[in-house]
Design a protein around this ligand. Sequence first.
Ligand SMILES: Cc1cc2nc3c(=O)[nH]c(=O)nc-3n(C[C@H](O)[C@H](O)[C@H](O)COP(=O)(O)O)c2cc1C
Length: 363
Amino acid sequence: MQTPNRKLDHLRITLIEDVEAGNTWLEYVRMIHRAVPELNAEKVDTEVKIFGKKLKAPIIVTGMTGGNEHAAKINAIIAEVVEELGLGMGVGSQRAAIEHPELAWTFRIARERAPNALIIANLGAPQIVKGYGIEEIKKAIEMVDADAIAIHLNTAQEAFQPEGDVDFEGLIDKLSKLIDKVDKPIIIKETGAGLDYDSVKMLREIGVKAFDVSGSGGTSWVKVEMYRAREKGQEVLATVAKWLESWGIPTAASVIETRAAAPDALVIGSGGIRTGLDALKVLALGADLAGIALPALRAAYRGKEELEKYLKAMMLAIRAGLFLTASKNVKEVRGKAIIFGPLKEWAVERGVYEEWLKARRPF
Ligand SMILES: Cc1cc2nc3c(=O)[nH]c(=O)nc-3n(C[C@H](O)[C@H](O)[C@H](O)COP(=O)(O)O)c2cc1C
């Protein structure tokens, strides 16, 4: 059973090693403080409605795990906490359970512990290329009674995985044939290397309406695979992975590119979101939600209370940030930040700056 073993390696490595790339470029974003907000902080509305579910704050824990007993425990803890706090979560790739249905419980436990929360199913783009179709997508959705399904792109990971799936040819054609047949929203999600303008444009054109940028700066799958390659004695792969460990589009730039390419889409700003300020910054850049993976995994591993404390602090920071920028609700925080330095140069040089300025305006 190769998939479940690989997943265990991933959990172990991400829990104990330094796996972060550290270049979100959110340091080139500054929130604009409003000294006279003309607002009562208690009246600030942090709720958002996503895929028909109300979230108490624009925060989700993005998909990470499932497929083994340890992963099930983590999924259960994350689910209990998001249910209690009124947030949302994704499960990790459900490929293991599609191939080994006896593992479905390790994902389903999320819905059992979070009967009302927003839950996002998950499958990989390489599986769609290889022939997963409507049947597998439906199975994944039904398995967790999901409100949406994320299809993840992970070229940077597969390229450095000793047993990686590196065939991504024909994905757009296959996806375009599936989109209308799936009765839940499809989110196209990166996994730490960031969505770029051209990919988002192509995907928007075939009807994708939701994107999780998962930019570079947080968990680096190239780095994770570097540790695995080292353990397996694959020195050449490990060296190449080391050279490219910070590969990808920094999260701040990826939110800008994605929002510019898809002004009307749902955008999740993720990849290296660690603090409430990081979350506020991606919202100000134009994301609708902030997504967190690694810190939630590590907190959940330490126990339910740790995760609760962490996510409560995130929620409080968002409330404070809305108040301090004179934003009555989450939409109003859009545009209440300036960008400078390399981030601005990136946006200008990529030719997306003007489009982004227009697109990020509050609705
Ligand atoms: C242990 C672990 C497992 C992950 N597995 C998946 C997965 O199965 N599917 C997926 O779409 N993303 C997966 N991700 C990626 C995260 O959802 C997220 O996009 C990425 O880690 C960047 O966010 P972060 O910097 O907050 O960790 C995983 C991340 C971690 C840490």
